[in-house]
Design a protein around this ligand. Structure first.
Ligand code: ZN
Length: 136
């Protein structure tokens, strides 16, 4: 089994934003020469996350961010963390810091409407995404 590790940068423009990174992930998989296996997409930040969801209708990511904002408000009199970004940390933990995607025939096994998203919850910032491609 071969293992390839790479990373790339993502620049975000808003405090809360979902950035489609499917193309960057697919490109690293293509360059790896691995045709069957899987890829782990990992976010090494405590106020950001990785998820998979629809990319066909741009209102879907907007509605996901709205839902998260309603579940986890920016301010809460009970928050104790002094940086003022407790909501960002909570969203990161709820969404999760990685996704795993299967690779078949050198391509990502994603549904027609699925995309891999980097989720910014405390932007704008310059972020990194770490990729590990495993297989043969
Ligand atoms: Zn913090």
């Amino acid at each position: 089994m071969k293992i390839i590790q790479k990373d790339f940068g993502v620049s975000t423009k808003d405090r809360n934003q979902m950035v489609d990174i499917t193309r960057q992930v697919a490109s690293i998989v293509a360059q790896s020469g691995i045709s069957d296996g899987d890829v782990v997409v990992y976010c090494p930040h405590t106020t950001a996350a990785i998820t998979i969801n629809e990319n066909a209708d741009p209102t879907v990511p907007q509605d996901l961010l709205l839902t998260l904002a309603e579940l986890i408000p920016h301010s809460n009199p009970g928050y104790r963390h002094c940086e003022g970004n407790s909501d960002s940390h909570a969203k990161s933990t709820l969404v999760g810091c990685s996704e795993q995607v299967l690779i078949k025939g050198g391509s990502l096994v994603l549904g027609t409407w699925q995309a891999v998203y980097f989720c910014e919850f405390d932007g704008p910032r310059s972020r990194r995404v770490s990729i590990q491609v495993r297989g043969e």
